[in-house]
Design a protein around this ligand. Structure first.
Ligand code: PHE
Length: 332
C-alpha cells in the first residue's frame, strides 16, 4: 500500500476524490487497519502502528498535494478551461429569400426617389375595394378571392397592397412616389405554384403631367436593374383601378433549357401589372384628377424569388425548413 500511495498520480478531480475515499474515507482502508490494531499480537503492535500511521500521513499528503496541483492548473487555464482550444462555431442567421428580394426591389426604387409605405393586413372594404373603383357587386371583385373576417360592414384580409396606396393618397398630396411592400391574402387552393398568402410590392407615382411613357421608362429601369434584362413588352390588360392597364413581360431569353421551361418556349415572362391611375381613384382619395395624373404597378415578390433562385415550390417559402433557408447564406 505504501508503494501504491507513493506512486499514485492523476489530473482528474474525481480520481483524487476516489483515492481519498479508498484510503481515508469513513469506511476506507485506514479505518479497517486501525480497527485491526487490537487483534495484533503485542510484540508486533509497535511496528504495525508505525506503518499504518505512515500510510495515513502519506495518503493525506498525497491528497492535498494533488488537490493543490489541480487547482493551480485550473487557475492557469481559467474557469472556462483551456483558453487556447478552438471555439465552438456560432451559427449566423440568414435573411429569408422573400426579404432578400424585397430589399432589392426597395433599393432599386429608392434610387429614383420612391419612399416605402406600409399599411394594415386587416382592411375595410373601402381601402381594399371601393376606393379602388370596385364598388359593391362589381364583377371584378371576384378576380381576387377574398378572406372575410366579418361582413356588414366588411372587414377582410387585404388581397393586394393597393389598399396602402389608397391610405397614402388620403394622407398626402402629390408629388407622390411610394412603393408598398407587404403580405396579402387570397382564398386560393395551395399548390406548388400558388399559396393563400404571398407578398407584393406595389408602386404609385402621382404628379403633374405624368404620362404612360414615364411608366414604361420607370419599369424599363426596374427590370434592367433587377434582372439584368432590358427588353420588356406591355400587353393590354384590365384592372378596375387603372386605365389604360397593361401586363408587363420581360424577355428572359431562350438560351438554356431552364429559360425554355420557365417561359414555356416563348422567352417571355410575365412579372407585373400596371397602368395609369383611374381618375375615379384619385377623386376617391382626395386628389384632383384635373390637376394630377399618375401610374401604378404591382408585382409578386414570391414569384420573383422563385424565378431568381430557381425554387420549384412556393410552399418552401413559408415552411421555415432550415435546410432550405440556410442555402441563402451567400445571397446578400
Ligand atoms: N393590385 C393588382 C393585383 O394585386 C396589381 C396592380 C397594381 C395592377 C397596380 C395595376 C396597377 O393584382
Amino acid at each position: 500500500h505504501l508503494a501504491e500511495v507513493e506512486a499514485f498520480t492523476t489530473d482528474s478531480k474525481d480520481a483524487v476524490e476516489a483515492f481519498r475515499i479508498k484510503y481515508l474515507g469513513k469506511k476506507g482502508l485506514l479505518t479497517d487497519f486501525f480497527a485491526e490494531f487490537k487483534n495484533i499480537p503485542n510484540e508486533q503492535k509497535k511496528e504495525f502502528g508505525q506503518v499504518i500511521n505512515q500510510l495515513k500521513n502519506l495518503a493525506t499528503e498525497k491528497v492535498s498535494s494533488l488537490k493543490a496541483q489541480l487547482e493551480q492548473q485550473t487557475a492557469k487555464t481559467g474557469q472556462f478551461g483551456d483558453m487556447t482550444r478552438p471555439g465552438a462555431p456560432i451559427e449566423i442567421g440568414v435573411r429569408h429569400p422573400i426579404s432578400i428580394v424585397k430589399n432589392q426591389i426597395i433599393d432599386i426604387f429608392s434610387r429614383i426617389g420612391f419612399n416605402v409605405s406600409e399599411g394594415p393586413e386587416i382592411e375595410d372594404d373601402w381601402h381594399n375595394f371601393t376606393a379602388l373603383n370596385l364598388p359593391e357587386y362589381h364583377p371584378a371583385r371576384d378576380m381576387q378571392d377574398t378572406f372575410f373576417i366579418q361582413t356588414n360592414p366588411d372587414i377582410l384580409l387585404r388581397t393586394h397592397t393597393s389598399s396602402v396606396q389608397v391610405r397614402y393618397m388620403e394622407e398626402h398630396q402629390p408629388p407622390i412616389r411610394t412603393i408598398s411592400p407587404g403580405r396579402v391574402y387570397r382564398n386560393e387552393a395551395i399548390s406548388a405554384r400558388s399559396h393563400c398568402f404571398f407578398h407584393q410590392v406595389e408602386g404609385l407615382y402621382i404628379d403633374k403631367d405624368v404620362s404612360f411613357a414615364d411608366l414604361k421608362q420607370t419599369l424599363q429601369f426596374f427590370t434592367n436593374e433587377m434582372f439584368g434584362k432590358s427588353k420588356i413588352r406591355l400587353r393590354p390588360s384590365y384592372f378596375p383601378f387603372t386605365e389604360p392597364s397593361a401586363e408587363v413581360d420581360v424577355y428572359w431569353g431562350l438560351e438554356t433549357e431552364t429559360d425554355y421551361k420557365m417561359t414555356k418556349g416563348t422567352g417571355w415572362l410575365e412579372i407585373m401589372g400596371c397602368g395609369m391611375v383611374d381618375p375615379n381613384v384619385l377623386k376617391n382619395c382626395g386628389i384632383d384628377p384635373e390637376e394630377y395624373s399618375g401610374f401604378a404597378f404591382g408585382m409578386g415578390i414570391d414569384r420573383i424569388a422563385l424565378l431568381l433562385h430557381q425554387i420549384s415550390d412556393i410552399r418552401l417559402l413559408s415552411e421555415n425548413d432550415i435546410r432550405f433557408l440556410e442555402q441563402f447564406k451567400s445571397a446578400l
